[in-house]
Design a protein around this ligand. Structure first.
Ligand code: PXL
Length: 279
């Protein structure tokens, strides 16, 4: 059985980061070890939240794993709790590297043209350095713009050629492959585009555009995409798995009366994920 490590925060309530990654990757039949970067009462879109920074624990935990000869087949990083954590996570990539280990970075730090509370442009540029150590990165347009020092102009303003050029600029950060989420080329073309620089190939996958925006969908997408790749799916198939699972989770949320406006009901879509992973 494969074992992977996910490094991101625990937001106790408000389905995102580890409370999304752990169940989704586990459901794919992969042992999911975790390294929490911070513990929050909720994610930071809530008005009030607590934040316990775990930066000082990261090195000790990973050094102790090394002493115990723990190994990972893949590492998926998401929301990081401090500037200093970016170098510490980069060191974990190096310390645990072994042939075939997949380094998957979701530079989770912003959306809709804005960085999340607590992050600034220096953090975004530093996150770009971590992306340079990854095998694949999955930013949204906001994160891409901040990492590249470009102006965010709105996802729907990019033509297909613009997205292709943006993907090449993202790969120039140092990762051989990049996928951009939230590609919006028209109402029937909403989804993801990716570029694999080793093969010089582009991939795309679109599905229904659900116009309500939900918190945490980036984490659902990234977790399912990582799960697909770890299950041996091609990048094209993993993108389909991730888009269809995310859209299905959003449908499950909308269809519920009085649905809560944070997090999506991905739990109800797990049977769909299992089906998608068989392709
Ligand atoms: O879903 C991204 C995310 C993860 N973790 C924390 C967040 C957010 C987005 O706001 O606040 C703590």
């Amino acid at each position: 059985m494969k074992r992977v490590l996910s490094i991101q925060d625990i937001s106790c309530v408000g389905k995102c980061s580890l409370t999304v990654a752990l169940p989704i990757i586990s459901a794919a039949g992969i042992e999911t070890a975790i390294l929490p970067t911070a513990v929050l009462s909720t994610h930071t879109a809530f008005k009030n939240f607590t934040f316990r920074d775990l930066t000082d624990d990261i090195q000790t935990i990973s050094d102790t794993w090394k002493m115990e000869n723990v190994t990972f087949d893949g590492i998926y990083t998401g929301y990081l709790g401090s500037f200093r954590q970016i170098d510490l996570v980069g060191k974990i990539f190096d310390d645990f590297n072994r042939p075939g280990m997949l380094r998957f970075v979701d530079p989770a730090m912003g959306d809709n043209g804005k960085l999340y509370p607590g992050f600034d442009e220096a953090f975004a540029r530093k996150m770009g350095e971590l992306c340079g150590k990854a095998d694949i990165i999955v930013p949204n347009f906001t994160e891409a713009a901040f990492m590249l020092g470009e102006k965010y102009i709105g996802n729907e303003k990019y033509s297909k050629d613009d997205v292709k050029a943006l993907l090449k600029r993202l790969c120039a950060l140092g990762s051989p492959a990049a996928a951009l989420t939230g590609v919006h080329l028209g109402d029937d073309q909403y989804g993801v585009m990716a570029y694999d620089s080793n093969k010089d190939e582009y991939y795309e996958y679109y599905s229904e555009h659900i116009k309500t925006s939900f918190h945490g969908t980036g984490d659902v997408f990234a977790s399912a995409c990582f799960a697909g790749l770890m299950c041996g799916q091609s990048l094209q198939s993993a993108l389909k798995t991730a888009v269809e699972f995310t859209v299905d989770s959003m449908r499950q949320t909308i269809s519920e009366p009085n649905h809560i406006w944070y997090g999506v009901n991905f739990e109800k879509s797990i049977p769909e994920l299992i089906k998608l992973l068989k392709n």
